[in-house]
Design a protein around this ligand. Structure first.
Ligand SMILES: [Fe+2]
Length: 211
């Protein structure tokens, strides 16, 4: 992840705003990246401005220590460092056209932990639908296992020591313009644009870091 330290900047998407059509529309991608993510970046820089002791920390380090910060700063760092990390992770995890299914080590691990890819999809969709209000569903790696977890708001699984492989943002801003209130349709569309190369690399990194 580039630009991992204060002052944070909104690095461009790795593809055009329209690249994920027809699964995610151009306007949603523009607003999501240039407005929503930009706001988290501005608020994170604002929260760190008067805290030089935190300015050398990476996004990951900020999220991991957020629980030990004074209450008000804790909320600002968790929401905004999480907002930047989670959005970058989500955007980097998408591509179009995509390989239809996982391969390599990830395909193997999915088979071990979820029987097969179809069952994984069913379980993952169920989890993404279960998020009440705003949040994310994640595939994470922990102690030689894959697990599906959800996080509320902009909480990030790395705060709990989980190593993320892929995620879906289920905040309404991620899909409302195209899919209206139909989160299930958005999730079905998202399965078509998962960047499996990126997910495979994430798993390899997680294994290497012995998480
Ligand atoms: Fe979002």
């Amino acid at each position: 992840m580039e630009n991992n330290n204060y002052p944070f900047k909104n690095t461009p998407l790795p593809y055009n705003y329209s690249a994920l059509e027809p699964f995610i529309d151009e306007k949603t991608m523009y607003l999501h990246h240039d407005r929503h993510l930009q706001t988290y970046i501005d608020n994170l820089n604002g929260a760190l401005e008067k805290h030089p002791e935190l300015q050398k920390l990476s996004l990951e380090q900020l999220i991991k220590i957020s629980g030990r910060l004074p209450k008000q700063l804790q909320t600002a760092v968790r929401n905004n460092a999480g907002g930047v990390y989670n959005h970058r992770f989500f955007f980097e995890g998408l591509t179009n056209p995509a390989k239809g299914e996982p391969y390599g080590r990830l395909a193997q691990a999915i088979k071990q932990c979820f029987t097969d890819y179809e069952n994984f999809k069913t379980e993952f969709k169920k989890a993404a639908l279960s998020v009440f209000g705003s949040g994310y569903a994640w595939l994470v790696y922990i102690r030689h296992q894959l697990k599906i977890v959800t996080t509320p708001n902009q909480n990030s699984p790395i705060e709990q020591g989980l190593c993320p492989i892929l995620c879906i943002d289920v905040w309404e801003h991620a899909y409302y313009l195209k899919h209206y209130n139909l989160r299930a349709d958005y999730i079905d569309d998202w399965f078509n644009i998962i960047n499996w190369d990126n997910a495979e690399q994430n798993l390899i990194k997680c294994i290497k870091n012995k998480r």
